[in-house]
Design a protein around this ligand. Structure first.
Ligand SMILES: Cc1ncc(C[n+]2csc(CCOP(=O)(O)OP(=O)(O)O)c2C)c(N)n1
Length: 276
């Protein structure tokens, strides 16, 4: 392990529980590299996760970590950020965690523009519970709950977050790790709600069922299907079919909720109360 990140891991908790070839370790490496690059005080970094294989990452990280309940990571993170705005809060969620049971929390965290950096591990499936379809399982792909391929359309989570009010949105893949780190750095520097989606491979519950080959083949698939946003702007919808658009996809400015909240407290203190 590189010396600059070794201190960020609870090495006594290793070996991890992820399957051979799982992309979660690559994504976690991208995150700790971003934290190292940002030069954050280790004692001011808080990691909040939900429940799932990816959410288990919180157990391996040596920061203040909260491994919460399925779909509620953003609710816990919101409380932490309101109470302790000086903390740097990263929220780790699986695609099921974030877009199904936690979907409502996602849109409202984005709408409120709370200064959190959400990292969504999108392996296109419910990994931990054995491969049920999630709202981000691509149409036609197989899952235990869709043995002949799901009939549903999948969410574009980045578009959803942008439409709900997120002020920074980006997408990378487990193959594009430097991009992932760069997006997390930008996401953290954005004073508001940032969402970074990373397409990652689950060879066991998704790849095997969808005949995607070995983990290295799944990484190659990511490489071959990814199109940078700058190139994508010059491509039509036909050319972009089945492609994954990566890069910084959206940036905007809006008031950040916890800052406004602090200001209100200050104003009320100075003004003597609620009633004139
Ligand atoms: C309230 C609640 N509902 C359901 C579950 C069961 N459960 C645990 S993990 C999980 C799905 C995890 O999938 P995802 O969030 O995509 O993460 P992954 O395991 O793929 O990383 C489910 C349904 C639970 N623990 N709590």
């Amino acid at each position: 392990m590189l010396p600059e990140i070794e201190g960020f891991f609870r090495t006594d908790k290793l070996p991890h529980m992820w399957c051979p070839g799982c992309g979660n370790g690559i994504v976690l490496h991208g995150l700790v590299k971003a934290i190292a690059e940002l030069g954050l005080d280790k004692n001011k970094v808080t990691i909040v996760s939900g429940i799932g294989c990816s959410a288990r990452a919180a157990a391996y990280l040596d920061f203040d970590t909260v491994h919460t309940t399925h779909g509620r990571a953003l609710a816990f993170a919101t409380g932490i950020k309101l109470a302790r705005p000086e903390l740097n809060v990263f929220v780790l969620m699986g695609d099921g965690d974030c877009s199904a049971i936690g979907g409502n929390h996602l849109i409202h965290a984005a709408r409120r523009n709370i200064d959190l950096t959400a990292l969504v591990f999108n392996n296109s499936i419910y990994g931990m519970t054995g491969g049920q379809a999630s709202p981000m399982t691509p149409s036609g792909k197989r899952a235990t709950t869709a043995p002949t391929g799901t009939l549903e359309r999948s969410f574009d989570l980045c578009e959803l977050a942008r439409a709900a009010g997120a002020t920074m949105v980006g997408r990378a893949t487990a193959f594009h790790t430097r991009l992932l780190t760069g997006l997390l750095v930008k996401g953290h520097r954005n004073k508001g709600f940032s969402l970074v989606e990373v397409i990652t491979q689950c060879p066991t519950a998704y790849g095997r069922r969808n005949k995607m080959g070995q983990p290295a083949d799944m990484l190659r698939w990511q490489k071959e299907h990814a199109v940078d946003i700058k190139a994508a702007r010059n491509m039509d919808s036909g050319q972009l079919q089945d492609k994954i658009i990566i890069g910084e996809l959206h940036r905007s400015t809006a008031p950040e909720l916890t800052t406004r909240y602090r200001q209100l407290i200050q104003e009320l203190r100075e003004g003597g109360g609620f009633l004139d």
